[in-house]
Design a protein around this ligand. Structure first.
Ligand code: AMP
Ligand code: MG
Length: 317
């Protein structure tokens, strides 16, 4: 069932069921952080490996102290600047936080989503919500209630309707080493914005895909079923496959005719935020066309273009 009834959603959550949760980034699969049953169902439904921790969603920045401790000042400053918003902070966890949520790590991931419905829900609940993205492990994240329904059908009894996600790509994950912020995952809050707030360049975490600190770093992730190629020479790549049914994904309009079955343009005016917000919906759409191949054009390597290339690269593996 897709519903916008907050009280009904609360009843499901109070009774240890999990729900589809709208946020500004992507839809989540959410459960009460204090219910082991709910947390287990999240992992089972997603087929998510247990080493891959979840993000705790709280109603405001004061609520982080319910799950985290020894919080660096700089974390509070970032929270003040960017919450509610698409930034997740990795903080030392409090001892009561369920080990499944943190995958046995000493840290917990936490954020305040910038979505009216999600915030209204968190306000009427007596507990925060643990939620990863509402997609089977490794596949494209959902940016509408309908995507979530297509993935899970009746095995997810309730999805809270919250419209299309306005950001459309996962949150940017920031951790701390000796109180210095460090990027764990590129996301929908661009590094340029965080860096201009901090006045320093951010270091990127060096943890490899084999020992992922943030499994958003797993090299294969965010993938459609159709093979996807990422290229910076669109015409030449299309010409290599004359007999294939090809779908093409580009940033803006093209000056030449493309020989392909379908072509989706992410932003007519080449606006990176608009392109990011449409990326996953476009991949879902192309994936439904029974194509042999999706060819995606490489984005400019700045601001959200970096994040979009990161996701397209992982989708292409
Ligand atoms: P998703 O919401 O599906 O993007 O998944 C949550 C993301 O948060 C995953 O990439 C996790 O690895 C990351 N995450 C959650 N907790 C931690 C943590 N304690 N340390 C590092 N990354 C985390
Ligand atoms: Mg995910």
């Amino acid at each position: 069932m897709i519903t916008d009834d907050l009280e009904l959603t609360k009843i499901f959550l109070d009774n240890e069921y999990i729900i589809g949760l709208p946020t500004e980034t992507v839809y989540g699969l959410a459960g009460n952080i204090h219910s082991e049953k709910a947390i287990k169902s999240i992992f089972e439904l997603k087929k998510r490996p247990l080493f891959n921790p979840l993000i705790v969603h709280v109603k405001n920045k004061n609520a982080i102290s319910t799950v985290a401790q020894n919080i660096p000042d700089i974390a509070y400053q970032l929270a003040e600047a960017f919450w509610p918003g698409p930034m997740t902070l990795i903080l030392p966890k409090k001892s009561g936080v369920n080990e499944l949520i943190t995958a046995g790590k000493p840290t917990v991931a936490v954020r305040v989503p910038n979505h009216e419905k999600a915030l209204q829900l968190l306000e009427i609940l007596e507990y925060p919500l643990a939620a990863p993205s509402a997609n089977p492990f490794g596949s494209i994240s959902p940016t509408s209630a309908e995507h979530v329904h297509q993935y899970f059908g009746k095995s997810l009894p309730l999805i809270l309707e919250g419209g299309q996600c306005t950001k459309g790509i996962e949150s940017t994950i920031i951790g701390f080493e000796k109180d210095q912020p460090i990027v764990y995952r590129l996301g929908t809050l661009s590094l340029d914005e965080i860096e201009s707030f901090l006045g320093v360049k951010l270091k990127q975490s060096t943890h490899s895909a084999e020992s992922p600190e943030a499994p958003g770093m797993l090299s294969k992730h965010y993938s459609p079923r159709t093979p996807l190629m990422l290229t910076d020479s669109l015409e030449a790549t299309i010409e290599k496959w004359p007999n294939k049914k090809i779908g093409v994904l580009t940033f803006g309009p093209q000056t030449f005719a493309l020989h392909c079955h379908s072509h989706l343009i992410l932003s007519e005016n080449e606006n990176l935020e608009e392109a990011a917000s449409r990326l996953y919906a476009a991949l879902h759409q192309l994936d439904g066309l029974d194509l042999d191949l999706i060819i995606a054009e490489k984005f400019p390597e700045y601001e959200l273009g970096q994040t979009i290339n990161d996701r397209l690269m992982r989708a292409s593996k």
